[in-house]
Write a protein of this length. Sequence first.
Length: 260
Amino acid sequence: MNRMFSKHLTTAACAGVLLIASLPQPAAAMDQDAFDKMMDSYLESDENLEKVGNALEKFFRKKREQQQKLAEQQEAQRMEEQFSNPVKIDIAGSPVTGNPNASITVVEFSDFQCPFCKRGNQVMKDLLKEYPDDVKVVFKHLPLPFHQQAKPAAVASLAAHEQGKFWEFHDELFENQESLTEEKFIEIATKLEMDVDKFKEDLKSEKFEKKVADDMAVATQLGVRGTPGFFVNGVQVRGARPLPYFKELVEKWKERMAKN
């Protein structure tokens, strides 16, 4: 049953219910033709059409509320299961910012050309400001295939990481994500006073290509299908959620760890 047919069927059903409720005789006593004619007549009235519209609005609002409640319950259950069984992610060699000894690790899978990742990056900065002692952020690469400069940007950021400039380069990439080219990468490297000749050589390095590929493989294994994707101490967060969402997860982890 397609959506349009379902909608018409629901409209007719609502009209039918309202009409039956207004009939002076039992509906079962009427044949189909008489019922159809009476329904047509009923729907000619603006007042009756308004009743049908109000009934439909109430029906779909209730449906949306039920679906939203179910989705929230399923998400809460999924989260609780993950808190009990967080995934393990190898972060060796990946760029890290924040307190290196923090008890809570946020692993971020990101794409430098993704506008939602730019938003997620700002949320991570705000989260580190809120929890300077408790949280560190680990960056992993997930360049999407339809972003042509995302993978070259990922390689360039790792070339910058080789010179201890990953996070500065990372910020510049997000600030310039609509104009990413090799020339822009070199321009950023120059601005950050990097060894530009070494940087140019590292842009061709297969080891950085492999590192990006390894990150992408990890994302696939973990079920990360889009960007940004996050794991807060192994609990998966899908998409660019707002700061309060991450704060709630951090507080929940702090509470759980305080009990152990």
